[in-house]
Design a protein. Structure first.
Ligand SMILES: Nc1ncnc2c1ncn2[C@@H]1O[C@H](COP(=O)(O)OP(=O)(O)OP(=O)(O)O)[C@@H](O)[C@H]1O
Ligand SMILES: [Mg+2]
Lengths: 269, 296, 253
């Protein structure tokens, strides 16, 4: 038992260790400050700033979209619907199932939507697919914290004459702010790291692009493409990119912890 | 004052609509995938699609069997590795570990869950591929490029550790304390109690947890794509390359619009994955919901 | 009792699913006095209190029949605006539950919702009601700190101020001192004595001596039935019913 726990912990260390050992030496300032120059994939100069920017835009866009749709859903499930509500139960199961649907399927589905809407591979397409991917995760994560809000707190708000809508957005949201923030960051992390869902939907470009309707590069795909080249020096860059992505993920999970403690100060109990 | 009431009313309705939509999305997804794969489904009999080994899109032959077999091999290996390790870890965490140890181990598991699959893929390429090629394959007296079923299985196993562990721990924690105490007070040892009482009691939930993990393995794409070898053949051994369904979809998106029926075929592959994962998830979630209700 | 009736309850029945917890309760609660609802644990005191501001609505599987009239209006009438009813009543619960915001915002929360937006008006309101709840001196220098940083006793007084700030006519209190230390309890009791000339106060209490000290009017509930109600003196010194006698002597509890 101890052995298996050790195996689990050791695998994480192995992964992180490998990425650091192989990625760090290959890392250079150019990697994070420049877009690919011509012949980059043949060993030419430049970096992957295009992918870093693209991934951040994509994940941010998708997080905002999921937040706008997801927060009301999580609140509705708990505050408007009762504990015994059948609707809430069905929705929760549906969301759980969606959390399990593979990202490649979201990619395919997102692609189908894009064909239907006539959107070509672009940041917008990626945002659609990634939002669909992270929304269920985000909703269920927020749902779990909203569920813990003491009923008395809600009653305290009702008792001064607040209606449900006011109670939900002024009291419940504030009480669960730390949980909401970490759920959003969780979604952001998913969004930035996922490759399969953006494969069909974002396209790829060597330029740094900010337009919704243009293709964008993403970090996971940049890693994938660089690794796919036969040249060792380009593969090195894939390791460095993987290192960058891992650092972003670690920073996200650390900042989630920090923000939770910072915004938790008003929380009751 | 009326304005407030209006906002409450409209806001509530709007939230209801969003809530229902979020659930309907799942149906919409199923419907979309079915619609997209209907072209190939109407032209080819289902059993040919599923069980024929002839894969030649250019000639209009779409036999998915090599990919299905590849998926099953890879997922099978991952299951064999991940289930015992995760289960024992879960038992350790819920039954034996103190607060402090949990505080150390849990972040590891969370981080493991948060690592993107491409990074798993890179790790697989850098570490597991050479390991299998240089150490494991010679051990069996065969040659392997390292990009094979075993490698993909190992990488997948590590990826699904967190899923199985987290859900299992949750399920084990739901077993009432009294049950353990009753057994201990009869003179059973801790391990006997865990094995005969706690595990038995938690069995449906633990199985559900494993099914969830396995379902995750089915759909995992990027890492598998990077290490499985991607040769469209039916693997005969652990050292053979495999070409699982998700990798097939991911690898061919470029060509899919230029070859007739190809896009529909790939959507069919997505539909297959969706169906399997949907079914696995639905069953295990139903079990978990029932368990949770029994407790309250 | 010379006071007019403020809350009147007529044939009230409450069911949790199949379990009837209030049986045909009829009472008239007088204006501008302290009414104490007493009775053993689980007899339905909280349920009765929660009918007055319709918080009972939020419970799953609840069924209510009969009437509760406040100022002559049936509050269970579907035409009624629940928020308007609740605005008329402040609530103190067993354990204080400050809202997850600063001390200042806790008090300003109600008035803001009901349309007071101006900073200077809110400042005045906040100060006035914090003073009325006798907590101003303790918090005036830390108004923008989280309310949860206060002690439990202070939190309860803050909750009182929060309730008073929406200018209710009635204060409902469910064992408001049961989570508090003796000094804080005294503080709350003193507030009630000050406030009772201006507000109708209905409190649930387990502590008979507290009921004796504070109440002008007493309602005794037993197993969901209203056994006896009347002026405090009468109930405590000369109860009509045998059960009331036994409860007051401490034979049943
Ligand atoms: N939400 C609920 N669902 C089902 N039954 C309930 C619920 N709330 C209360 N009850 C039941 O209703 C009865 C009356 O409860 P109530 O809380 O009104 O009693 P009480 O007199 O306030 O008790 P206490 O003195 O312990 O506060 C109890 O038997 C209780 O079990
Ligand atoms: Mg009570």
């Amino acid at each position: 038992m101890l052995l298996s726990t050790a195996i689990v912990m050791f695998s994480l260390l192995l992964i992180l260790g490998t990425i650091v050992v192989k990625g760090l030496p290959a890392l250079s300032l150019d990697m994070i400050t420049k877009a690919p120059e011509s012949g980059y994939y043949l060993g030419g100069g430049g970096g992957i700033l295009n992918a870093i920017v693209g991934s951040l835009l994509l994940a941010a866009g998708a997080s905002v979209v999921s937040m706008i749709f997801g927060i009301p859903v999580a609140l509705y499930l708990n505050i408007y619907l009762t504990r015994k509500s059948k609707l809430a139960e069905v929705i929760r199961v549906a969301l759980d199932v969606m959390c399990g649907v593979p990202s490649i399927v979201y990619g395919a589905f997102g692609f189908a939507i894009m064909l239907y809407l006539g959107v070509r591979a672009s940041l917008l397409g990626g945002i659609i697919a990634v939002s669909l991917l992270i929304m269920p995760v985000m909703i269920r994560a927020i749902d779990e914290v909203v569920r813990l809000v003491p009923h008395e707190l809600i009653e305290a708000s009702y008792s001064v004459g607040a209606n449900r809508f006011e109670t939900v957005f002024k009291v419940v949201v504030r009480q669960t702010l730390p949980g909401i923030i970490s759920a959003v960051l969780l979604g952001f992390g998913r969004g930035i790291g996922d490759a399969a869902s953006v494969l069909f939907t974002t396209g790829f470009t060597d330029r740094i692009s900010f337009s919704l309707l243009e293709p964008v590069a993403t970090l996971p795909l940049a890693i994938f493409f660089q690794l796919g080249t036969p040249l060792p020096e380009v593969q090195q860059r894939a390791y460095a990119s993987a290192f960058i992505l891992t650092v972003i993920i670690l920073v996200l999970s650390l900042s989630a912890r920090f923000l939770v403690s910072r915004y938790g100060r008003h929380m009751v109990k | 004052m009326n304005g407030r009431r209006l906002v409450d009313n409209i806001g509530g309705k709007l939230m209801l609509v969003l809530t229902v939509l979020s659930g309907v999305l799942l149906l919409l997804m199923a419907w979309g995938l079915v619609a997209k794969s209907s072209a190939i489904l109407s032209l080819k009999p289902l059993d040919t699609l599923l069980f024929s080994g002839n894969w030649n899109p250019l000639r209009g032959e779409f036999g998915f069997f090599p990919f299905i077999a590849g998926t099953i091999w890879v997922v099978g290996v991952a299951t064999v590795i991940a289930v015992p390790v995760s289960l024992l870890t879960a038992i350790y965490l819920s039954e034996y570990a103190g607060r402090k140890i949990k505080g150390i181990v849990n972040p590891f598991i969370d981080l493991l869950a948060g690592i993107p699959s491409v990074v798993y893929g890179v790790w697989g390429v850098l570490m597991i591929v050479p390991f299998v090629k240089n150490y494991i394959a010679p051990l069996y007296g065969t040659f392997s490029s390292g990009y094979c079923v075993l490698t993909a299985g190992i990488v997948l196993a590590v990826m699904i550790f967190p899923v199985i562990i987290n859900v299992s721990v949750e399920v084990l924690n739901m077993v009432p304390r009294e049950v353990r105490e009753a057994s201990l007070s009869l003179g059973a040892t801790k391990w006997q109690t865990v094995k005969k009482v706690v595990l038995r009691r938690a069995m449906p939930g633990v199985i559900a947890a494993n099914v969830l993990g396995i379902a995750r393995a089915f759909g995992e794409t990027m890492a598998v794509l990077m290490v499985a070898g991607n040769v469209a053949m039916i693997p005969k051994s652990l050292m053979d390359p495999a070409y699982p369904l998700p990798a097939l979809i991911a690898n061919n998106y470029g060509e899919m619009l230029s070859i007739p029926l190809y896009d529909s075929a790939l959507f069919f592959a997505a539909l297959l994955l969706f169906a399997v994962v949907f079914f696995f998830n639905l069953v295990s979630r139903a079990v978990l919901v029932r368990i949770e209700k029994g407790i309250r | 009792m010379k006071n007019r009736t403020h809350i009147s309850v007529e044939n009230l029945n409450v069911y949790y699913g199949d379990n009837q917890v209030l049986k045909n309760v009829t009472i008239a609660i007088p204006d501008k006095t302290i009414t104490a609802i007493i009775g053993p644990s689980g007899c339905g005191k909280t349920t009765l209190l929660r009918c007055f501001n319709r918080l009972i609505d939020t419970v799953d599987g609840i069924k209510v029949t009969g009437k509760v009239l406040v100022d002559g209006d049936d509050i269970f009438d579907p035409q009624q605006d629940v928020t308007a009813i609740r605005k008329k009543m402040g609530l103190l619960s067993q354990r204080p539950f400050p809202l997850p915001m600063s001390i200042y915002e806790n008090v300003a929360y109600g008035p803001r919702i009901h349309g007071t937006r101006k900073k200077n008006e809110l400042d005045v309101i906040v100060e006035k009601y914090l003073k009325m709840a006798n907590i101003w001196d303790e918090v005036k220098d830390r108004l923008h700190e989280p309310a949860s940083s206060l002690s439990i006793g202070q939190q309860q007084r803050l909750c009182l101020a929060r309730g008073l700030a929406v200018e209710p006519e009635i204060i409902l209190a469910d064992e408001p001192t049961s989570a508090l230390d003796p000094v804080s309890s005294r503080n709350i009791e003193e507030r009630f004595m000050e406030l009772k000339n201006r507000y109708t106060i209905v409190m649930v209490t387990h502590i008979l001596r507290q009921a004796k000290r504070l109440a002008d009017y007493v309602v005794f509930v037993y197993l969901g039935e209203l056994i006896e109600h009347g002026p405090s003196k009468e109930i405590f010194e000369n109860p009509k019913e045998q059960i009331t006698k036994e409860y007051i002597k401490g034979i049943i509890s």
